[in-house]
Design a protein around this ligand. Structure first.
Ligand SMILES: *[C@@H]1O[C@H](CO)[C@@H](O)[C@H](O)[C@H]1NC(C)=O
Ligand SMILES: *[C@@H]1O[C@H](CO)[C@@H](O)[C@H](O)[C@H]1NC(C)=O
Length: 345
């Protein structure tokens, strides 16, 4: 009699436990979490076993975290609803392919993290995004990038680029990147390292080339170049031997004294000049606008004043005058009709 009861209680406790663990809790956990971070709408769909980019999220999302999922493929419609996204986290997925047009709608995108996926190439459209500043694509399988067809200079104002741990043989040639200040190419076997590439970065201050198997001469040349640029030496390998300049020439005519470097600098100056010009034009426009408003107000005020004057003159003229005759008549008798002051025939 007692044993079945105990069994029943144990069974029901067990199933309640299972329900709690897999029913309510996981359902709660599986919902993407909404929050406001520094006025930006953030949605975290972190570690949810997602296989695709969810399409039922609020479309005004600005920070979208899809990291630690099982997304294998990004499709051309994946982000077409979420055009306000500024920060996109896609690290630790299984992304192998990206359909053309996937990132094109993300014209507000400033930062994308695609690290720790299985990409063999960088989706070229990323380089045409007008606001993209930070690109993380480290720990992928980028072995050899086909950048021949890339239109240079690229539109994206890249400031930070991480291509670490991607089996690259050389630093990718993206043309001049006037705003790039940090480049991370560590953990790539850079056997074809070409010192000319550094001419593309006229504002570089940090470059990570640790564990890149640079040749002794490349190592020395990078060192020389960075000293001249006054950039950080912290993340470049220590060169084992000191080579004579007959064996390993100074790199400057291929870096900071090159055409490329100068055009990089000019494009920065141009951009600065343009923004200065725009600022000036803006100020000028503002002053003109204020003057116009003042002129308009004065004009209106004058018009009003003139109108008021005219009105008061008209009122002065139209003042009803009781003819002296009527005035006299009225004193006599009230029955008698008033004589009008019209011209008599
Ligand atoms: C470069 O990237 C690797 C891998 O993501 C990282 O471990 C390393 O700290 C980065 N280096 C710098 C200087 O940020
Ligand atoms: C750079 O200078 C070296 C001599 O210092 C010269 O041999 C080489 O041809 C020059 N390269 C260019 C691209 O001018």
């Amino acid at each position: 009699m007692e044993l079945p009861w105990i069994v029943l209680i144990i069974v029901s406790l067990y199933s309640l436990n299972a329900m709690l663990a897999f029913g309510f809790l996981t359902n709660e956990e599986r919902k993407c979490k909404y929050a406001r971070i520094e006025k930006l709408l953030r949605i975290r769909c972190y570690d949810m076993d997602l296989k695709e980019v969810p399409q039922n999220l609020k479309t005004s999302v600005e920070v979208l975290d899809l990291s630690y999922n099982r997304i294998r493929k990004l499709k051309s419609g994946s982000f077409s609803k979420y055009t306000d996204v500024k920060f996109l986290m896609l690290y630790e997925n299984m992304i192998l392919s990206v359909e053309p047009g996937t990132f094109a709608p993300l014209t507000s995108l400033q930062e994308v993290d695609l690290s720790n996926n299985g990409l063999t190439t960088i989706p070229m459209e990323l380089f045409q995004l007008p606001r993209l500043r930070n690109l993380y694509i480290d720990s992928n399988e980028l072995r050899s990038l086909d950048l021949e067809l890339l239109e240079k200079p690229i539109q994206a104002p890249l400031e930070y680029l991480n291509v670490a741990n991607c089996e690259l043989q050389d630093i990718p040639d993206l043309g001049i990147l006037p705003k790039l200040w940090q480049l991370n190419a560590s953990m790539n076997p850079l056997h074809n390292f070409n010192i000319d590439r550094l001419a593309n970065f006229c504002h570089l201050s940090v470059i990570d080339l640790t564990r890149t198997q640079l040749s002794s001469c490349s190592c020395q040349q990078v060192g020389n170049h960075l000293v001249m640029m006054q950039a950080h030496q912290k993340f470049v390998p220590i060169c084992m031997e000191k080579l004579d300049s007959s064996v390993c020439p100074l790199p400057y005519n291929r870096t900071i004294d090159s055409e490329t470097f100068h055009s990089c600098q000019t494009s920065v100056e141009l951009a600065e000049a343009r923004s200065l010009w725009l600022f000036g034009a803006g100020c000028f426009g503002g002053v003109i606008f204020v003057l116009l408003v003042v002129w308009y107000c004065v004009h209106r005020w004058r018009k009003k004043r003139a109108k008021r004057r005219r009105l008061s003159q008209v009122q002065d003229r139209k003042k009803f005058v009781i003819s002296p005759r009527n005035a006299i008549n009225r004193t006599k008798t009230d029955d008698e009709p008033l004589h009008c002051d019209i011209a008599r025939p």
